[in-house]
Structure formats: C-alpha cells, structure tokens
Design a binder for this molecule. Structure first.
Ligand SMILES: *[C@@H]1O[C@H](CO)[C@@H](O)[C@H](O)[C@H]1NC(C)=O
Ligand SMILES: *[C@@H]1O[C@H](CO)[C@@H](O)[C@H](O)[C@H]1NC(C)=O
Ligand SMILES: *[C@@H]1O[C@H](CO)[C@@H](O)[C@H](O)[C@H]1NC(C)=O
Ligand SMILES: *[C@@H]1O[C@H](CO)[C@@H](O)[C@H](O)[C@H]1NC(C)=O
Ligand SMILES: *[C@@H]1O[C@H](CO)[C@@H](O)[C@H](O)[C@H]1NC(C)=O
Ligand SMILES: *[C@@H]1O[C@H](CO)[C@@H](O)[C@H](O)[C@H]1NC(C)=O
Ligand SMILES: *[C@@H]1O[C@H](CO)[C@@H](O)[C@H](O)[C@H]1NC(C)=O
Ligand SMILES: *[C@@H]1O[C@H](CO)[C@@H](O)[C@H](O)[C@H]1NC(C)=O
Ligand SMILES: *[C@@H]1O[C@H](CO)[C@@H](O)[C@H](O)[C@H]1NC(C)=O
Length: 548
C-alpha cells in the first residue's frame, strides 16, 4: 500500500508539471464548464483549499467545530475537484487523499460496515469495546454511496490523470463498497435501506451497476439493475421520488440520477430511465420552487432548516448551476450559512452540470427563473413500508407566500427517517418584508390529514385523541422580537379555528435560553394547542392566512 502510494505520487507530480507552468489559475477543463458552474466550482474549491491539511492528506472538518480533526467524505469530494482543477500539486494531492481514504476503508467482510469508509481518520476502530458500532453514528452506511459515486466521477472524467496503481485501488475499493452495501436490507440489523429511501438507493444501484460492468462481475451488475428496478417501480406510480421534495436530498437524488443517465450503457435500466426521472423531478421542483421566496414550498419530507436562504441545501447548488448563484437560495457569504459542509459537493455538481442541464426542460428553467404566478400543485409519493398508503401532496403558491402539505398515515412519527426535526409535512412560508417567515407543524402523530389550498392550511388527526397536541413552529421576526400571540407574527394575518382548546401556549426555543431547543440551528417560537378536556372526535386545526 505505502509503496504504491509513493509511486502514485511521483507519477502524479510528473503529470502536474505542465499544469503548474500554465498562466491561468484554472485548468482548461474548469474554463470549459458553463459560466454558473465555474463560479460554483471555483468558490467551493477555494473554500475547501482553506481546510486542506497537506500533512494529513485530508481536509479538516469544515464545520470548524472539531478541534482540527479531519473528515473523510468531504476530503474525497475535494479530491475530485482537485483532479478537475489540475494545477500545481492538485493531482498529487488528489491521489494522496484518495489513497488515504481507501487505506482506512473497512476491510473485514464479517463486519456490517464492511467496505464503508471512516467518518474521520482519528476515530478508533468501529466495533471495538471502546467504540461500539452504531449505524448512522460511529459509521454511516450511506457513505459507501457518497464516496463510491465520487470515485466513479473521478474515474470517468479524469481517469487519464489517475495512475494505474490508484486506479486499481479505486476499483478494489468500489468492489468492497458494493459488497458491503449488499449487506443492507431495510428492517434487518437496524438498517433502513428500502428502495423508498431514495437517495442512497439511487447511489447503491448505480455503484453496483457501474462497478459490476467495470470489473466484469455480472452478478454485481444484475444486483444493481434489480435494485434500480425496485426504485423505478416506485417512481412510476406517480412520477415522483419516494423521498419527495427535500432541499437537501432532492439534490442528492438529482445527482445520482445524473450518474444513471451519464455513465451507464444503453442496456442498463438506469440509463433507460434516468433522464425521464430527472425531467419529472425537475417539473415538480419547478411548480414548488418559489423564485420570490427562494425556497421550495412544502411539504418537505426531510429538511435541514425552515428557510433555504439560511441553510445550504444541495438543491440550491443545482439551482446555482441552472439559474445562477444570485437567483438560487445561496447567499453571497456562503460560509455563514447553516449546513455549509454540504458545499463540498459543489465541484461534483459543477462537473456534471453541462450534461445534467441538457435534461432540464426549457419550460422548467423559465419557471425557476421567474415566478409563474398564483397556482396550485397536487401530487403523491409513496414510501413503503412506512406509508400504509401513498401520501397526498397539495400546495398553493401566490406572490410572496406558499403553503404546502401532505396527508399521510405512517408506521412512525417523524417520517420514514423517524425524525420530527427534519419532517415538515405542513408548512406556510411568506415574505415578512425583512426575511422569510415560516409556520410549520411539528410531528407528534403518525397520521395527519394536511391539505393546502388558497390561503388555507387544514390539519386533522385521523387517529388523534383528547391527549393529542398541535405543536406549531413559528419563525422569529426582525420587527417583532417578543412573540406571545398570532398577532405578533410579522407580515401575515393568521386566523386559527378548529376544535382545539383555543387557549394556546407560546414558548421560545433559543440557543442561549428559553423553554425549548432550536431545531437545525433555527431558533423559533413554539405555539402549542391541546384538546379540550374530555374531547371526543377528530382533532382539527385550521389556519386562514393573508399577507398583511
Ligand atoms: C477489500 O476487502 C478484502 C477482504 O474481502 C480486503 O482484503 C481488501 O484489503 C479490501 N480492499 C480494500 C481496497 O480495502
Ligand atoms: C473485462 O472484460 C473486458 C472485455 O472482455 C476486458 O477488456 C477487461 O480487461 C475486463 N476487465 C477486468 C477487470 O477483468
Ligand atoms: C454469480 O452467481 C452465481 C449464482 O449464484 C454463482 O454461481 C457465481 O459464482 C457468481 N459469480 C461471481 C463472479 O460471484
Ligand atoms: C390520498 O387520496 C386517495 C384518493 O383520494 C385516498 O384514497 C387516500 O386515502 C389518500 N391518502 C391519505 C394518506 O390520506
Ligand atoms: C394507518 O396506519 C396504521 C399503522 O400505523 C394502521 O394500523 C392503520 O390500519 C392505517 N389506517 C388505514 C386506514 O389504512
Ligand atoms: C412582495 O414582497 C416584496 C418585498 O418585500 C414587496 O416589494 C412586494 O410588494 C410584495 N408583493 C406582494 C404581492 O405582497
Ligand atoms: C378540514 O379537513 C377535514 C378533514 O379532511 C374536513 O372534514 C374539514 O371540513 C376541513 N375543514 C375546512 C375548514 O376546510
Ligand atoms: C412545544 O411545546 C410543547 C408544550 O410545552 C412541548 O410539549 C413540545 O415538546 C415543544 N416542541 C418543540 C419542538 O419544542
Ligand atoms: C383550555 O386550556 C386552558 C389553559 O390550559 C384551561 O385552563 C382550560 O380549562 C381548558 N379548557 C378546556 C375546555 O379544556
């Protein structure tokens, strides 16, 4: 391992010489990218350059909250950006990072995390007494897909810059990652990879289909094709991804579908369906994206914040490519945004953008650019085994306001990810005059009949009881710092009706104090309704809203 690594670096240094002499700070590859993709590429790379630790051959963790520990996934993503940029020591550094990441890939086929990548090089060995295995904690099964797909982008686009030794390492790494990913079966050993868990499912099918073909392992190819078939069958029911409308994960899904469409041959079911799935997904995004609010309207199956202008979403990186940074929800000073670590995906999104943009219909681009005017949207999505039947999606968008909702009956509280902090099935957003306001339902029930219609959001608990509560998360406001009732909501008149006890509590969720804790860095007001004592019936709460 060490021998081939040194060889690889010597080889790479030779390759890097002509680029180092080049007058431009961009390789010709980067200047060949579309204009918006060039800024995405260059800004995200310059930011990551500031975290690169050459002594370690890894990036420091970009959250800047880890006492100079390093982070594996963003290092691998950065390496692909280095190959694309290819100036100075870029290629040498890329091969060093890739070799380091693979050196530490888990190698024992007996482990459930076999073929997965470490989260940080400093971590103790997963599965030891001191560092027990804990899925999504001490190891993250989705990282096989996040890093595996990135290796494939590297091999496909920049294979000519990668030494034969490192190429062989990457192939072995992809083989093990695919084998380990095959251990994943939703519902077994605490794993949750069902075909409806869209973003890792799309990556899993792709890595298996691609690696099987590359290594002439037809079983591996078939396994990828079969898994893809299950995902496609779910999609075809209503032309929607099961993991529907998520600022972050729609971004991953569009990325993975681009890999389906770009890198697999005609005989692959992924190649045959990828372009169509990208088109339908963008068509839904175009109806839900509100160019004035710079947010996708709800419902959001999984979200890392309540306003896309304040957290960095991967969908916004695609929008940066398509309509430019200024029209996307990425602010000028990107690094101030929450969830900024995902910016490390920037180079790969920029690299794929030229191809991806050929699959986005012109009518979609027009709607992403300019608000099309008041409209409603209806659809449905299905995530078995969590959904007992498909979720019904409704949304209404008008100037400066959107309401989005979905009706569902699930086996869990907080969506398939079982996370009320990210599940936002009923949300109102509007322009307060200063920023984006939000009113969103916090999951406390496994079933909700939520319907959005013009100026109205109607919430009913089909399985509710006298002890049900409605907890509503409400934004903080620049011009109304102290909130004690709906009258204090800035820029929106809110009328509440229904059969709840109309006396509600209001408490603050603050970073530095208050009764509750912020969610995904967002401070908020918690408006909570209870049911009348001895209530019998179906709990219902209705919002009628109007911009002030
Ligand atoms: C792949 O897994 C095998 C065990 O099946 C292990 O011997 C090998 O080192 C692994 N390769 C890499 C690149 O991690
Ligand atoms: C796979 O098969 C092709 C065509 O037969 C061959 O050129 C290639 O070297 C093989 N690759 C591997 C890894 O065996
Ligand atoms: C493919 O699967 C068949 C049937 O299970 C098995 O006999 C064969 O050894 C497998 N091939 C590889 C390369 O794993
Ligand atoms: C969605 O709508 C269909 C058709 O109206 C209905 O049968 C189904 O029960 C609804 N699903 C939910 C979760 O409310
Ligand atoms: C709603 O989901 C629960 C499981 O969470 C199930 O027992 C119930 O039958 C479902 N209701 C309908 C109408 O399907
Ligand atoms: C929307 O908000 C903008 C910015 O605050 C304002 O200029 C405009 O008048 C508003 N439009 C409507 C229809 O409320
Ligand atoms: C709200 O939805 C419930 C259940 O679908 C329905 O019975 C009720 O009439 C609706 N209320 C309003 C005000 O639309
Ligand atoms: C909101 O307040 C209610 C009532 O105190 C509490 O039960 C609930 O946990 C709070 N929810 C959040 C998300 O803070
Ligand atoms: C409504 O809530 C208030 C405050 O908690 C309580 O004093 C009152 O008794 C409740 N009314 C009913 C009908 O439950």
């Amino acid at each position: 391992m060490m021998f081939s690594l040194k060889r690889a670096i010597q080889f790479a240094s030779l390759l890097a010489i002509p680029a180092a002499c080049a007058p431009s700070t961009h390789s010709s590859y980067v200047s060949s990218l579309p204009k918006n993709s060039q800024t995405l590429f260059t800004e995200s790379m310059e930011w990551m350059d500031g975290f690169y630790d050459p002594a370690a051959g890894y990036l420091f963790d970009e959250s800047s909250a880890t006492a100079l520990r390093h982070e594996t996934r963003s290092s691998a993503w950065y390496a692909i950006g280095l190959l694309a940029r290819n100036t100075g020591d870029d290629v040498k550094n890329a091969l060093q990072i890739i070799s380091n990441v693979i050196d530490k890939q888990y190698k024992d086929p007996k482990d459930q995390w076999y073929g997965d990548y470490q989260k940080e090089p400093e971590e103790p060995t997963v599965g030891t007494a001191a560092y027990p295995e804990k899925i999504y904690n001490s190891w993250d099964p989705n990282w096989r897909g996040f890093i595996g797909t990135c290796f494939i982008v590297g091999l496909e686009e920049f294979g000519h810059l990668i030494t034969p030794e490192v190429t062989a390492l990457m192939e072995k790494s992809l083989f093990n990652a695919t084998k380990g990913d095959e251990y994943r079966v939703g519902g077994v050993d605490t794993d949750n990879l069902y075909p409806a868990y869209t973003n890792p499912s799309l990556m899993r099918a792709f890595v298996s289909g691609w690696t099987g073909r590359r290594l002439n392992d037809s079983n591996m190819t078939t396994s990828g094709e079969n898994y893809a078939t299950a995902v496609i069958d779910l999609f075809n029911r209503a032309n929607t991804l099961s993991e529907f409308n998520s600022g972050t994960y729609t971004g991953v899904s569009l990325y993975a579908l681009t890999l389906w469409a770009k890198y697999l041959p005609e005989d692959s079911i992924m190649k045959q369906n990828g372009a169509k799935m990208i088109q339908y997904t963008w068509e839904a995004v175009a109806e839900l994206w509100h160019p004035q609010l710079k947010n996708v309207a709800g419902p959001w199956d999984r979200s890392y914040g309540f306003d896309m202008n304040r957290y960095l979403s991967l969908l916004a990186l695609h929008l940066w490519n398509v309509i430019g940074k200024e029209k996307s929800s990425i602010i000028t000073k990107v690094t101030a945004m929450s969830h900024v670590a995902d910016w490390a995906y920037g180079p790969q999104f920029a690299i794929l953008s030229k191809f991806h943009s050929t699959l986005i219909p012109a009518a979609v681009v027009k709607k992403l650019n300019t608000f099309q005017g008041e409209h409603t949207f209806k659809s449905s999505a299905f995530s078995p085994p969590f959904d007992i039947y498909p979720r019904n999606i409704t949304a209404w968008l008008a100037p400066n306001i959107s309401i989005g909702a979905e009706a569902f009956n699930e086996t869990t509280i907080g969506g398939p990810a079982i996370n009320p902090g990210t599940f936002n099935p009923a949300i109102i957003q509007w322009n307060t005059g200063d920023e984006i306001g939000y009113i969103t339902w916090y999951a406390t029930e496994h079933a909700l009949t939520a319907v959005a219609s013009p100026k109205n959001l109607n919430l009913t608990y089909p399985y509710g009881t006298a002890s049900s509560i409605f907890s509503i998360i409400v934004a903080t406001f620049k011009k109304s710092r102290d909130v004690s009732s709906w009258d204090d909501v800035q820029g929106l008149t809110v009328k509440v009706s229904g059969n709840v006890n109309m006396t509600y509590s209001v408490g603050f969720a603050g970073s530095n104090g208050g009764a509750y804790s912020p969610i995904n860095d967002f401070e908020f007001w918690n408006f909570t309704y209870t049911m009348p004592k001895d209530f019998v019936g179906t709990p219902n709460l209705v919002f009628d809203v109007e911009l002030k």
